[in-house]
Write a protein that binds this ligand. Structure first.
Ligand code: CAP
Ligand code: MG
Length: 425
């Protein structure tokens, strides 16, 4: 039962089965108590505002209010009844539990650390269409990580030049080659011309190698245009499409999945660090990863722990687990998540990687991961082809448990990469 002073506090109460649970790290503003700050957060993120309003009857408040179930140190767990949310609408969920509250004067800083979606809400989201198993089937790769590259320079090449890079990387061992996050359909590289040229390059590389390959075009654009481009990818036989998930937004991501084109959906997270990086304020990337999986991303960037981007191995692992956890590994409390009926998605490790990082990456991720090397392949002294070979050789070495420098004695491309990036034995 609520108390009038802090009506959203219900400390010690247990969560209900249909509750969406959020764990927040709360730093109250000066002069504001932790209880009062948590009460204000629960109010603003559910049905309340800064003052009592006559239009909110006690009965309605009792039915819909969010409830602060626990406060331990700087952590608070808040429960939200599923009735607060529209089925299958991730943007609405975020507008509630990750909306106005970040701007309130009652808090000096606030971070959403974890979200547990109740089974009744999980069932209203499609999840990945293909997932890890579908990606492996489409690319004919089992028992090892997938190896990929990003065409560099990020932008500036024309369609034919882009296709040539795709071809060179694929015949030399890359399973997938993707557009960069800021390449869409600029005048020097129009989407359709690029798509046709690159899918033709894929065909030639598949003929040359006898292996399935995947070109990953970036379809990010205003939603209608994005859906048209994704339909073109499917029409021309492309298996994969990429979307800048954060800049495009949940609704665009859900529209893309909802188009049900049978595509593998690749989620790039450009801009995530604007709100995931600070340990004091924002949203944990693992929260975004869970939501992306529910919304239907088949593969998602999660960081590396060893490359050029911020984010330690613990955080990276939490994100990877949010994608790969199976229903049997659901766990309890806010940290746990029931995944019944939701396929596991594939983590993508990318950002400042070179072949010397492979053993550490396999230690972190195991083999269910896509390893992407942009500069780490195109920056190889021998060029793109040699770079791709070096990346595959590093994977072979790591899977065989052979130290890279030892393996390099009969893998010159790997040797050159280890020298180029000063990898110590
Ligand atoms: C990597 C990359 C990716 C980042 C994104 C880049 O290129 O193409 O966008 O990996 O970061 O533009 O930086 P390099 P994250 O391999 O040349 O670094 O994966 O952390 O979201
Ligand atoms: Mg990039």
């Amino acid at each position: 039962m609520a108390n009038d002073a802090l009506p959203y506090l219900e400390l010690g109460a247990s969560p209900r089965e249909d509750d969406l649970l959020c764990e927040f790290r709360v730093e109250p503003a000066e002069g504001v108590g932790m209880h009062a700050a948590c009460d204000a957060i629960a109010a603003e993120s559910s049905i309340g505002t800064w003052t009592e309003v006559g239009t909110l009857t006690p009965a309605l408040r009792e039915r819909l209010r969010a409830r602060v179930l626990s406060i331990e140190g700087d952590r608070a767990v808040i429960a939200y009844g599923a009735e607060l949310f529209e089925d299958g609408n991730m943007a609405q969920v975020y507008s509630s539990v990750a909306g106005n509250i970040f701007g309130m004067k009652d808090v000096a800083a606030l971070r959403l650390e974890a979200v547990r979606f109740p089974a009744c809400l999980v069932g209203t989201f499609p999840g990945p269409a293909r997932g890890i198993a579908g990606i492996r089937r489409a690319l004919g790769v089992e028992g090892r990580p997938l190896v990929g590259t990003i065409v560099k320079p990020k932008i500036g090449l024309g369609p034919e030049e882009q296709a040539e890079v795709v071809y060179q990387a694929m015949v030399a061992g890359c399973d997938v080659v993707k557009d960069d996050e800021n390449l869409t359909s600029q005048a020097f590289n129009p989407f359709e011309a690029r798509l046709r040229a690159c899918l033709d390059a894929v065909k030639r590389a598949e003929d040359a190698t006898g292996c399935a390959k995947g070109y990953i075009p970036n379809v990010t654009a205003p939603t209608e245009v994005m859906l048209r481009r994704a339909a073109q990818v499917a029409h021309f036989g492309g298996p994969i499409a990429m979307v800048d998930m954060v800049t495009a937004g949940w609704s665009a991501v859900q529209s893309l999945r909802g188009a049900d084109l049978g595509l593998i959906l690749h989620g790039h997270r450009a801009m995530h660090a604007a709100f995931t990086r600070s340990p004091r304020h924002g949203i944990a990337m693992a929260v975004m990863a869970r939501s992306a999986r529910l919304c239907g991303m088949d593969q998602l960037h999660v960081g590396t722990g060893v490359g050029k981007m911020a984010g330690g191995s613990d955080e990276v692992l939490r994100c990877a687990r949010a994608l790969t956890a199976t229903p049997q590994e659901s766990g309890a409390g806010v940290g746990g998540q029931a995944w019944e009926g939701v396929k596991p998605a594939m983590p993508i490790a990318s950002g400042g990687l070179h072949p010397g990082h492979v053993p550490a990456l396999l230690k972190t991720f195991g083999t269910d991961v896509i390893l992407q090397f942009g500069g780490g392949i195109h920056g190889h002294p021998g060029g793109t082809g040699a770079g791709a070979r070096a990346a595959r050789q590093a994977v072979d070495a790591a899977l065989a448990g052979v130290p890279l420098n030892e393996f390099a004695t009969h893998a010159p491309e790997l040797g050159a990469a280890l020298t180029r990036w000063k990898v110590q034995p």
